[in-house]
Write a protein that binds this ligand. Structure first.
Ligand SMILES: *Cc1c(COP(=O)(O)O)cnc(C)c1O
Length: 411
């Protein structure tokens, strides 16, 4: 194995085709931000656009702006923008609600589309909200369906003729392990079940091909690799072929065929519009639109290649410099998403010590340190500097201080 040097990383930066993208983001000098997988960085263009939407569209236009600025059409327009990132034709995606709410809407619709089938299959250790929403749905429906959550290696074998839905997260939020979307979707559909992918940790980090893979349903969030801002609205995808039978239970007025007729009885809109519930978050959509316009100019293939190389180099450096950590993520880049996780029993305090040096990653209980590699605004040399800081923290035990050991509410 070649001995890596800081110069080697500087060379990579010089030849990086994505290097100029960093200029588009607000990043304080000296900060190394390795948490874009949890909350993406603010694009420079966001604040002025939001200022305009607030001052002109809202402040001056007031209620007229619903029409003049197409506020009501934003969920579908932004959905069609995300569609370009995930290989979807128009008319199959909306931006609305949260990922959690969208999981509920689509899972409930899936149960209706697969009558007589009782199993909702997912993975033990999936992102908690995915499990909780399936559990809540099963509880609501009484004995009609049950959640079957299994260890990762048992999921595929459990899919059978009694399975209504398989819900998996494409890239695991903790380990970064990535499912083979194509083959899992195929196995699910061979048994007649529907496949829903949670793309929260993959959208904006790699190319995705929902239509080509024939995915049924998908959801994901926009505040991670898409840089939509804290709490920015989520997206959902319902393949065109399912839209005639699709019926989701949160039958709010904006999913109605004619919302402004204010009829007493619900009649769902045709197409993807029926997946809407209530009023769109106009200000949040404005921030998201700027971020989407920015990322749509980027070749997702380049993003993926850079993130994979960054992950490989980081793992190699950790092996060389910080052998006391275990690498929790797959070592094979083809099976890994855009972050790398390490484990250590003192993980929380070690991460706090790193953060105090202006290197920001995060911690997931009980012992995972996560390092997100976001190719749009990270430099290769940031990896080198991170591992050198980590090596120093471990050598001098500088994590072993009361202020780092005390756990805060958000980790
Ligand atoms: C971040 C994330 C979510 C977030 O759901 P919210 O409803 O936005 O809180 C859901 N699923 C996965 C897999 C995630 O990583």
């Amino acid at each position: 194995m070649t001995q890596l040097t800081r110069q080697y990383f500087e060379e990579l930066d010089k030849n990086d085709q994505l290097a100029s993208m960093r200029e588009e983001f607000c990043l304080e000098k000296g900060l190394i931000y390795l948490d874009g997988n949890s909350l993406g960085v603010l694009p420079k263009a966001t604040a002025s656009h939001m200022g305009e939407v607030i001052n002109q569209q809202w402040g001056e236009g007031l209620i007229r702006s619903w029409n003049t600025h197409q506020w009501m059409q934003k969920p579908a327009q932004l959905g069609d923008k995300i569609a370009q990132l995930v290989g979807s034709k128009e008319g199959q995606m909306l931006v609305c609600d949260t990922t959690s709410v969208n999981i509920f809407k689509l899972a409930a619709a899936a149960v209706k589309m697969r009558p007589g089938r009782a199993k909702l299959i997912t993975e033990i250790g999936n992102f908690a909200t995915d499990l909780y929403l399936l559990q809540g749905l099963a509880k609501l429906l009484g004995d009609q369906v049950q959640v079957v959550a299994l260890p990762r290696d048992q999921v595929l074998g459990a899919i059978d003729q009694d399975t209504a839905l398989v819900l998996l997260t494409h890239v695991h939020f903790k380990t970064s392990a990535m499912w083979d979307m194509d083959s899992v979707t195929q196995i699910t559909q061979e048994k007649g079940a529907l496949m829903m992918w949670d793309l929260s940790h993959s959208v904006g980090a790699m190319p995705i091909n929902l239509d080509a893979i024939n995915v049924d349903l998908a959801v994901g969030c926009t505040y991670k690799y898409l840089n939509g801002g804290p709490g920015s609205p989520a997206f959902l995808y319902v393949a065109k072929r399912h839209q005639d039978l699709f019926e989701q239970p949160l039958t709010g007025w904006l999913g109605h065929a004619k919302p402004f007729n204010f009829e007493d009885d619900y009649q769902g809109a045709k197409g993807i519009q029926q997946a809407m519930c209530g009023t769109p978050a106009v200000l949040a959509n404005a921030a998201l639109e700027v971020a989407l316009n920015l990322i749509l100019g980027v070749d997702m293939h380049l993003v993926k290649v850079k993130s994979q190389l960054m992950g490989n180099l980081f793992i190699q450096l950790i092996h060389q410099r910080c052998p006391e950590f275990e690498v929790e993520s797959p070592q094979d880049k083809k099976q890994r998403g855009s972050h790398v996780s390490l484990t250590h029993t003192q993980g929380y305090a070690i991460m706090q010590a790193l953060i105090s040096r202006n290197i920001i990653g995060d911690f997931r209980a009980p012992k995972t340190l996560r390092f997100g590699f976001t190719p749009l605004y990270l430099k290769y040399v940031d990896l080198w500097d991170t591992v050198m800081a980590l090596e120093e923290i471990m050598l001098n035990k500088s994590w072993d201080r009361a202020e780092f050991l005390h756990q805060q509410a958000v980790t």
